[in-house]
Design a protein around this ligand. Sequence first.
Ligand SMILES: Cc1cc2nc3c(=O)[nH]c(=O)nc-3n(C[C@H](O)[C@H](O)[C@H](O)COP(=O)(O)OP(=O)(O)OC[C@H]3O[C@@H](n4cnc5c(N)ncnc54)[C@H](O)[C@@H]3O)c2cc1C
Length: 284
Amino acid sequence: MVKCAKLLGLDIFRQIRNPRVHIVVCIKQTPDSAAEMVVENGIVSWGDTPMVVNPWDEYALEEAIRTKEKYGGHVTAIVMGRKSAGEALKTAIAMGCDSGVMLCDEDFFRCDARGTARILARAIEKLGDVELAFFGKQAIDGDSGLVPLSVAFVLGWTPLSYVCEVYEIDLHEARISVARLLEEGRQNCLATLPAVVSVVKEINEPRYPSFIGIRKASKVEIPVWDLAELGLDDSEIKTCDSAVIWSQIQSLAKSSREVEMIEGDSVEAIVTELTDRLMDDMVI
Ligand SMILES: Cc1cc2nc3c(=O)[nH]c(=O)nc-3n(C[C@H](O)[C@H](O)[C@H](O)COP(=O)(O)OP(=O)(O)OC[C@H]3O[C@@H](n4cnc5c(N)ncnc54)[C@H](O)[C@@H]3O)c2cc1C
């Protein structure tokens, strides 16, 4: 039977050793990276460009789903944002997550990264039995990269950032071993669970949503948790949005550049002309 299971790609021993892993993956909905941002009177807009799952979070989604496929368990995707951000959860479920939770309340929109982290941490606590929370390394709009480690801090969990490979998870020993990608190379870490893991793009190749997944996602009920549902009181949110305030947002001045094509009868002639010009302009 074990041979049969192995042929089917199921590692029974591994799954018995880790009977149930509840994995969370936190994803943000952001404008598409190709969107042209416009700032008018301090308000940022991006026209009709569709909102997407933050590109870095696709790697977190893929890793959460692969972890479930390897060890068994359940993956819950969490999004904090406006109601329309529920679309990101549908994508997550279509890719292979089991369920989604939407965190939405007018009071959430005033939050900085620390406030966002408190709200996400409370949602993870409310889910109850979570051992592992995956995050992207940063959001392409807010760009602070602060949320994952702040969530780990609030929960008192092990923070593991820039993870490029998860080697092994052992629920009985409450251990996880990973590699972190640093400028200098890879750093192998053995850490205790529960843990927050933020991932880099080198970790995997995200899958596309499957046809069956898209059908499942279209039918799934997504609970919406607001301030009251999370058991947060208004004063907690008020104190958490005061640390960093975006006092002004500006577009960068557009730089104008001229392009001149150098032509010639041969590659040598073009290169000679180019180097002469660069030397005249004292570039080289
Ligand atoms: C109108 C408006 C006003 C704002 N004003 C301020 C302000 O005054 N001060 C300020 O500091 N910020 C402000 N923000 C930014 C906003 O609160 C940040 O987007 C938020 O704090 C998350 O930080 P980040 O985008 O830098 O995420 P990062 O820390 O870069 O994200 C890292 C990872 O955390 C997870 N994550 C991040 N956000 C979410 C989310 N919403 N749901 C689920 N997972 C998530 C994802 O996995 C992501 O890859 C404002 C945003 C808006 C839209």
